[in-house]
Design a protein. Structure first.
Length: 248
């Protein structure tokens, strides 16, 4: 097949909006882009985004690897499609109540999404895929900032600030989960195994503040790090920061 007669590959926006032109040539495809994306999301949820390769995805779908390139040009486009699919199907709490409650609901909805799909927080790009899921998500979340006296640019900045905190908190929580899985011990078991050594090496005269505060935090959270507490605490401080802008 010459370059003049090759079927052009759809660009990312065409794929996101399912607007790729039909060529009318060749056999009817046995799969849809949606089916490929659902399989990729399931694989990423089960084994992490690094497991999502063309060869492995083709194996999951019972197809030849080269076949998948007729649906999605590469992994970059596939990840964008996966994220947009999650954004389109995520739970969205209705915007109601004072502004702090509305923004807290936005944060919790996003945190729940990333906790259910840990790979998504790290995969979210700085330039979000402008598909139907991302656009619906953006529209819904901006409503929580409507009517507060902010300019349009400030509304966008405030939302980006909030969501950046949520992504970081979700990544930290996922890392904590991974460390527990790798060690094969929960926090209580880890402290039982390592506590005696720490008691010897952490000199209260050399590290008086660290020992005191660390012990108090550990007893309060029953762990060296509690992801859910960190998210709740950080969310309130993030909203405090936005209050300086909104309530000025």
């Amino acid at each position: 097949m010459t370059a003049a007669t090759e079927t052009p590959k759809p660009n990312l926006l065409e794929l996101l909006w399912r607007a790729a032109p039909e060529t009318g040539r060749g056999p009817r495809k046995a799969l849809t882009v949606d089916e490929v994306v659902r399989a990729a999301v399931g694989l990423a949820d089960a084994e992490g985004l690094e497991a999502v390769t063309v060869r492995r995805l083709a194996q999951e779908l019972g197809k030849a690897p080269m076949t998948l390139y007729t649906y999605v040009p590469g992994k970059t486009e596939l990840v964008a499609l996966m994220l947009d699919s999650l954004f389109e199907g995520m739970d969205r709490t209705a915007a109601q109540g004072p502004w702090r409650e509305r923004l807290a609901a936005v944060a919790r909805d996003n945190y729940a999404l990333y906790r259910a799909h840990p790979w998504a927080a790290a995969a979210s790009p700085s330039r979000p895929p402008l598909g139907p899921g991302q656009c619906a998500k953006y529209e819904h979340e901006l409503v929580a900032l409507e009517g507060l006296g902010l300019s349009d640019v400030e509304m966008d900045d405030a939302l980006a600030y909030l969501l950046a905190f949520v992504r970081t908190a979700a990544q930290d929580a996922a890392q904590s989960d991974a460390e527990r899985e790798t060690s094969g011990m929960d926090d209580e078991e880890w402290w039982e195994a390592n506590g005696p050594l720490l008691a010897k090496v952490l000199d209260t005269e050399r590290f008086p503040t660290a020992v005191r505060v660390g012990q108090a935090a550990g007893e309060a959270h029953d762990a060296a790090y509690n992801a859910e507490h960190a998210f709740a605490f950080g969310l309130e401080r993030t909203l405090d920061g936005l209050a300086a802008l909104i309530e000025r």
